[in-house]
Structures are given as structure tokens and as C-alpha cells.
Design a protein around this ligand. Structure first.
Ligand code: SDX
Length: 424
């Protein structure tokens, strides 16, 4: 359905097409704006700018709604496996039993890392940040992939290998021998085994931990055009490889304003716990004061102006997992106290700042034995299929163009180069 928008500029009226999405979202099509009006849009941070149309994920930020391929996140988190969600987010539909069985066999067959990748991991300093290592290894995977393989082969191989990469980074950092992938386990179960098994001993997968890991991975799979997914698309739009594009996405996710927030949340909660001089209320007050340099990490979102549905699921899962594991974490009560104080405070209410996916996830990761500096790698482990889906949707689009935004120049106008003695 193409409605029209009229722009009145420089004494002229211009008609612009309007695109309406399947969920009623409205976009003004500015593809020919500059050609027709000589003007561009200016939208630092892209808060009002759509880079694409997409059929992967729908978010209604005002109402706290998140659907992957039309399925509500709460249903997916409760009813299916990460493997089913990964399959669906990339290829569009939940797999039949036969498709799922075949996909799992392919994931098992492709799970082992090339020797060169294990060797690369061992060259990193043991205290290197796992996100830096992950970014490097993702790019390096290209060197060990079959260049003439078809896209689906690369996609399956990447998803299959990412859990072994994540676990190997952890084992390397701990100075522990690598545990290799085991066929026939769930994605979450094999990951846990590679992380925590003792060499030569049987490893019994705790089903409660496996279920929690499965849910955590599902909740992170995709989130439409977030910073890292847009980075993957940006790099992919130059027709760079899947590996180069994903590596760039890992770098974007690392930032504390994005996926790096889950690590910062735990560090924030820990410092609040250890601070004998200030109360939770003091920290909420600091968060409201721009000059304090303190931000309530895990709070606020560019799109959600309501409770992030993933945070709601994670908050409930945190109680459930910690009770099942018999873990008492004082940080959980601090987190709940902070949330309560913030949600009752005008500053947060007016700005519609709610807990986001990163606010509670770290407390569960910690209860599952994941070290704090690996929290963002865990985010990437879940997000990989979503990044791949975004990259594939762009790569499959015959009308896809290289991402090349414009700017409005505000620097010096033309001037002549002065001799060095005339400068300064
Ligand atoms: C993720 O995009 C996605 O979908 C991302 C993600 C995904 O799944 O991919 O959902 C994952 O990245 C979640 C967000 C994780 N980051 C954090 O938790 C870091 C803390 N949050 C903020 O830095 C901030 O809320 C952002 C980065 C998330 C959003 O930034 P925006 O949209 O640019 O909002 P803003 O910084 O312009 O804030 C608007 C107002 C400002 O106050 P005023 O200028 O109006 O006075 O809200 C204030 C901000 O100071 N504000 C906060 C705050 N977040 C926003 N004040 C205190 N604490 C905060 N956390």
C-alpha cells in the first residue's frame, strides 16, 4: 500500500511515497529525496531512520513486544530449542522434525574447529578480553573455510563452530585443556560440557542449567536493526564475507552501551554491594545526574519505551534458576531494589527507562559459572544466528546497495594552503 507524504521545501511541494509494514509501521521513502529536492535527512544515531525493510524481527517498543518471524519471544523461550530458533531466524520457518534432525546432524558434523583456530586461540594472552579474541577468531575462520562453498554451508558451519570457539576461549583463559565437541548433545548441553567437563571424566549435564542456557541463547537471537546487526549489514553491504561481517558485529556488540552492558551491570551491582557509604537511593540519584558520570547500566533502550519483554522473562528465570541451583546471590536483591527505586522515580518514568535485556542476564550467567568478562561473548553466542539472518536477508536482496550515508558538512569553506611560516 503506497500512501503519500508531502514535503514543502524552498517554496516547492514534493510528494514522497509512504511504506506501511505488515504491523502498521509507517516509513517515508526518501530514496529519491536528494535527487528531487537536493536536501537529505539528518538523523544522528538513526533514531528516526529505517535502513531497510525486513521480515526477521518485529519490535513494538511502546508496548514491549518482540516477535521473531511472527512468533512471540515468550512462547519461543518456553517451547522450543535454540537450534529450532536459529534455523527459523535464518531460513524463515520453524523446522519440521526431519529438518531439525538433519540440521542437528550438520551442526554436529561441523562443530569441530580447525587445528589452526585452536592454535590461534592459544596464542592470545590468557588475560585478553574474550570479546577481542572472539572478534579475531571470527575473522580468522574465513581462512579455514571452503571459499567455493555455498552460503548455507558457511552459515551452518559458523553456527556449529561458535560454541566450540566460546568454550575454547574460556578453557584457554583458565589454562585448562580444550574439551572438544560431542555429537548427540543439545547445542546448550554441548557448550556446557566443553566449558566445564574435566578431561577424562564423564560430564553430567544438569538439565536445569541446560534449560536455562537454552532460554538465554533464545532471548538473545535477534533484535532487528540494533547497533551490531546494523554493523553486520553495513559491512555485508560492501559484499564482504559473512566472516568479516560477523567479526565487525562482534566489535560493535562489545561496547558498554550495547552488549557490553551485561558485564557493566554486574560490575555496577558488585560496586554497589561493596560500597558501605552509599545506598541504592544514592546510586539512583547519581544516575539522574549527568555530571556524576554514573549511568544505570542495563536500563533504558532506544526502542523499548516499556519493559523489555526479554528482561521480564529473564527476571523470572533468574529467581527460578537460582532457586533450582540453590544459589543465593546478594546482587539479585540489589538489582531488584534498584529496579523498584528507578521505576518509581519521575526521572526514569518520564524518560520511559526500563530494565533491558542486560539488566538480569548477568546474574544468571554468573549462577551458571560464566565469568563476568565472558558475559558479552555469551550475548554474541545467542546473537550469531540473528546477525547471520540479517546478513543473509541483505545478501539475498537483488536491490541491495552498499550502505553509504550522507552528511551535512559544517567545517571550513574553501581556503588556500598557507606557507608553513604563515600558519598558527
Ligand atoms: C542492548 O538496540 C538494541 O536493540 C540493543 C539490544 C539488542 O538486543 O541488540 O537491545 C541490546 O544494547 C540493550 C542496551 C544496553 N545498554 C545499556 O544498558 C547501557 C545503559 N543505557 C543507556 O546508555 C541508553 O539507555 C541506551 C544506550 C541503551 C539508549 O541510548 P539512547 O536511545 O541514545 O538514549 P539517550 O542516551 O539519549 O537517553 C535519553 C535520556 C537522557 O536523558 P536527558 O538527556 O533526556 O536528560 O535518558 C537518559 C539520558 O541521560 N538515560 C539514562 C539511561 N539511559 C538513558 N539515564 C540514566 N541511566 C541510564 N541507563
Amino acid at each position: 500500500m503506497t500512501e503519500k507524504a508531502t514535503l514543502h521545501l524552498n517554496g516547492n511541494d514534493y510528494e514522497l511515497d509512504v511504506v506501511v509494514g505488515t504491523e502498521g509501521e509507517v516509513g517515508i521513502d526518501t530514496l529519491k529525496l536528494r535527487a528531487n529536492t537536493k536536501a537529505i535527512t539528518l538523523d544522528p544515531g538513526y533514531g528516526n531512520t529505517g535502513s531497510c525493510t525486513s521480515a526477521i524481527t518485529f519490535i513494538d517498543g511502546e508496548n514491549g513486544v518482540l516477535h521473531y518471524r511472527g512468533y512471540p519471544i515468550a512462547q519461543l523461550a518456553e517451547k522450543v530449542s535454540f537450534e529450532e530458533v536459529a534455523y527459523m531466524i535464518v531460513w524463515g520457518e520453524l523446522p519440521t522434525q526431519a529438518q531439525l534432525d538433519a540440521f542437528k546432524v550438520q551442526l554436529d558434523e561441523q562443530a569441530m574447529l580447525p587445528t589452526g583456530i585452536y592454535d590461534l586461540i592459544k596464542t592470545f594472552p590468557r588475560d585478553a578480553h574474550p570479546m577481542g579474541m572472539t572478534q579475531a577468531v571470527c575473522a580468522a575462520l574465513e581462512s579455514y573455510s571452503a571459499p567455493d562453498a555455498d552460503t548455507n554451508t558457511h552459515i551452518i558451519s559458523f553456527i556449529a563452530k561458535f560454541k566450540a570457539i566460546t568454550a575454547a576461549l574460556y578453557r584457554h583463559a583458565k589454562g585448562e585443556p580444550i574439551i572438544y565437541p560431542t555429537s548427540g548433545l543439545s547445542y546448550a548441553g554441548d557448550f556446557l560440557k566443553m566449558m566445564y567437563a574435566r578431561p577424562g571424566n564423564d560430564y553430567e549435564i544438569d538439565t536445569a542449567v541446560e534449560a536455562a542456557m537454552n532460554k538465554l541463547l533464545i532471548l538473545h537471537v535477534d533484535h532487528e536493526q540494533n547497533c551490531s546487526a546494523s554493523t553486520v549489514r553495513m559491512v555485508g553491504s560492501s559484499q564482504a564475507s559473512l566472516y568479516a561481517s560477523i567479526s565487525a558485529g562482534v566489535g560493535a556488540l562489545w561496547g558498554p552501551l550495547h552488549g557490553g552492558a551485561n558485564q557493566r551491570v554486574l560490575e555496577m551491582l558488585d560496586s554497589i554491594k561493596n560500597d558501605d557509604d552509599r545506598t541504592t537511593a544514592d546510586y539512583v540519584a547519581m544516575a539522574k545526574d549527568r555530571d556524576s558520570g554514573f549511568r544505570l547500566m542495563g536500563f533504558g533502550h532506544r526502542v523499548y519505551k516499556n519493559y523489555d519483554p526479554r528482561a521480564r522473562i529473564l527476571k523470572a528465570a533468574t529467581d527460578e534458576v537460582l532457586n533450582k541451583l540453590g544459589v543465593k546471590d546478594p546482587l539479585l536483591s540489589i538489582a531488584k531494589e534498584l529496579e523498584q527505586a528507578a521505576l518509581e522515580d519521575d526521572y526514569f518514568v518520564q524518560r520511559k527507562l526500563f530494565p533491558n535485556v542486560d539488566f538480569y542476564s548477568g546474574i544468571i550467567y554468573r549462577a551458571l559459572g560464566i565469568p563476568v568478562n565472558m558475559f558479552t561473548v555469551m550475548f554474541a553466542l545467542g546473537r550469531l544466528p540473528g546477525w547471520i539472518a540479517q546478513w543473509k536477508e541483505l545478501s539475498d536482496d537483488p536491490k541491495a546497495r552498499i550502505y553509504r550515508p550522507r552528511q551535512i558538512y559544517i567545517g571550513e569553506t574553501k581556503r588556500d594552503v598557507p606557507a608553513i611560516g604563515e600558519r598558527g
